[in-house]
Design a protein around this ligand. Structure first.
Ligand SMILES: Nc1ncnc2c1ncn2[C@@H]1O[C@H](COP(=O)(O)OP(=O)(O)OP(=O)(O)O)[C@@H](O)[C@H]1O
Ligand SMILES: [Mg+2]
Length: 249
């Protein structure tokens, strides 16, 4: 287990977010250790997407703080956030690849343009990652020639190209048909198994039990439970979590 000895890689303190009059995040405190694998669960509308979008600078917050490696990034402007986002990758439900680019070009485009990698290094890294996710032979294919699961695997690889040290996933498999869900979850498991910090929003309880170091359970813009999966699923402390678990058997 990850003890509290290491300095957190990511931390939120009393994070708040509102849309107009509606308070969507009502003081979120979360401390993420380097290498930790967190799964965020909670019913629809509880604020999961809003929360992880805040962690990637995609939402303007209304209070509290976000610290990345001890640095307060809460008030950074868009330009400065772009730099932070190289270290904090994000994968969405809809894997929006560039349709007119090949897989390889989709992967190499941003890191080369932003001078994170040379063209040769990007090419090499892309091919190594494609091999790792079992899609090496698709390097020259176009997105429309791939299944949904394959496209999502490419989208994950694309985020990994920037060599992030944190990966955020917002329901990465909920747009996929059931048969391909497993292959995408296996890739996420593999890529985050050795030291990459991850926060995954998902309803996939099997994945959560198997791969998470910790479950964070959200309800109405707050964190109700934060504990190891074996504790969360066996002995949740709140009624809200008990009901949620009963509905997600
Ligand atoms: N752009 C927006 N404008 C106004 N309200 C919003 C906006 N985005 C989200 N909300 C509201 O914020 C609350 C939290 O939404 P959020 O998308 O974070 O929930 P979620 O836990 O990710 O739900 P789901 O499981 O359905 O994805 C909801 O009540 C939602 O209606
Ligand atoms: Mg959501």
């Amino acid at each position: 287990m990850h003890e509290m000895t290491a300095a957190p890689i990511l931390e939120t303190r009393g994070l708040r977010k509102r849309y107009g009059e509606v308070e969507v995040l009502r003081g979120i405190d979360l401390c993420v250790q380097p290498g930790e694998r967190i799964v965020v669960m909670g019913s629809s509308g509880s604020g999961k997407s809003t929360f992880i979008r805040c962690l990637n600078g995609l939402e303007k917050t209304a209070g509290g703080a976000i610290l990345y490696r001890g640095r307060d990034v809460t008030q950074l402007n868009e330009n400065a956030w772009r730099g932070v986002r190289r270290s904090i990758g994000m994968v969405f439900q809809d894997y929006s690849l560039f349709p007119h680019f090949t897989v390889l070009r989709n992967l190499c485009f941003a890191p080369v343009r932003e001078k994170v990698l040379s063209r040769d290094d990007a090419d090499q890294r892309a091919r190594a990652l494609l091999k790792r996710v079992g899609l090496y032979e698709k390097a020259d294919a176009y997105p429309c020639q791939l299944s949904g699961g394959q496209q999502q695997r490419i989208a994950i690889v694309r985020s990994m190209m920037m060599q992030p040290d944190i990966m955020l996933f917002d329901e990465p498999t909920s747009a996929l048909d059931p048969e391909t869900v497993g292959e995408v979850l296996a890739i996420i498991d593999d890529l985050t198994a050795d030291g990459l910090t991850s926060i995954v929003v998902t309803h996939e309880t099997g994945f959560a039990r198997r791969c998470a170091d910790r479950i964070v359970f959200m309800d109405q813009g707050t964190i109700l439970e934060s504990c190891a999966p074996e504790i969360f699923f066996a002995t949740p402390t709140t009624d809200r979590a008990r009901r949620f678990i009963a509905n997600h058997k």
